[in-house]
Design a protein around this ligand. Structure first.
Ligand code: DGY
Length: 321
């Protein structure tokens, strides 16, 4: 019998991550990547000492209350942790960790992809090329929205928001932001702080959503707030889908209030509002913010560093308190 801790790994992870965790833990892998929820998740955790999960598994209060007493930690392979009920974990003395920093650049890159894709009509351009119907250059075809000299409003100026700002400055955009607290001037780097998120909206020719999903941000971008955006604004969301009221955003695109949307995340994903597919100016990608091999490996190694700390009785660097 091994004296290594038993680790339940809820999903299939990149090979280098699985190889490291299999060397250090009695690993319970999920080689066919079946998704388990609720009772099945609880059943799989029997006999485990810790769980390495993804943002796809919901650790509700009900699930956490049923976990075996042996579980010391839940390490999520994500920076977002809205899928884990922290109060319930705290009540059971279960340590929860996430993977900040390592996915900042990859996610900010996708935010710019979504911003450019929506502003420069990438979806329609790609479809035209693939249709075989592109017959000639035309001065008035596929005209998009210019980035340079425009305001980019960033809702949530944490690590990823700041990395989006850095990239957008290279496109000569002017940065405005709202955040729970104002950044130090060195981190602001000339960006204008809006204490009130609605004040931010009024200045946002482009809006990039980079805040976590919390009870306060859930459904923040609703019909009333969309009206505060300048006419023709572009909306980008690479944070969490439930920050947006989908039907309100889609209605605003249909009537031309919003000129384009670039989305990586969706409420209820992988199911998403099918009306998005009816919009020509919706540039849609399937939650690939952190999807580079380097990043996905780094996320796994970061999660394992946290678990290693737990089992050496140290405080994990990314413990969520
Ligand atoms: C994250 O890390 O939160 C990404 O969105 C993947 O879930």
């Amino acid at each position: 019998m091994s004296d290594r801790p038993t680790l339940l790994v809820t999903r299939t992870l990149p090979a280098p991550v699985e190889s490291r965790l299999s060397a250090d833990y009695d690993a319970r892998l999920n080689s066919d990547d079946t998704q388990y929820d609720g009772d099945a998740l609880v059943a799989r955790s029997v006999g485990a000492d810790a769980i390495l999960t993804c943002s796809t598994e919901r650790f509700s209060a009900d699930v956490i209350q049923q976990l075996p007493d042996s579980i010391r930690a839940i390490a999520t392979y994500s920076v977002g942790h809205e899928h884990i009920d922290l109060d319930a974990a705290r009540a059971r003395n279960i340590i929860v960790t996430n993977t900040p920093d390592v996915l900042t650049d990859a996610t900010a890159d996708i935010a710019l992809l979504c911003l450019l894709g929506a502003a420069r009509r990438a979806k329609e351009s790609i479809e035209l090329m693939r249709s075989g119907k592109w017959s000639r250059w035309e001065a008035n075809t596929l005209l998009g929205v210019h980035l340079g000299g425009k305001n980019l409003g960033i809702l949530g100026m944490g690590r990823i928001g700041q990395a989006v700002a850095k990239r957008a400055r290279a496109f000569d955009m002017t940065i405005h932001y709202n955040n729970r607290s104002r950044l130090d001037p060195a981190l602001e780097n000339g960006a204008t702080f809006h204490e009130n998120p609605e004040g931010l909206l009024a200045q946002s020719d482009f809006l990039s959503i980079n805040c976590p999903s919390t009870p306060e941000t859930r459904h923040f971008l609703d019909a009333r707030r969309i009206e505060l955006l300048p006419d023709g604004a572009v909306v980008v969301n690479t944070a969490r889908g439930d920050v947006v009221v989908d039907d309100a955003l889609i209605d605003a695109v249909v009537r031309g209030k919003i000129s384009g949307v670039g989305l990586d995340v969706y409420e209820g994903e992988p199911n998403f509002n099918p009306r998005y597919l009816t919009l020509n100016n919706a540039f849609l990608v399937p939650h690939i913010g952190s999807a580079t091999l380097d990043t996905r490996n780094a996320m796994g190694f970061r999660a394992l560093d946290n678990l290693d700390a737990v089992f050496s009785d140290a405080v994990p660097a990314d413990q969520i308190t």
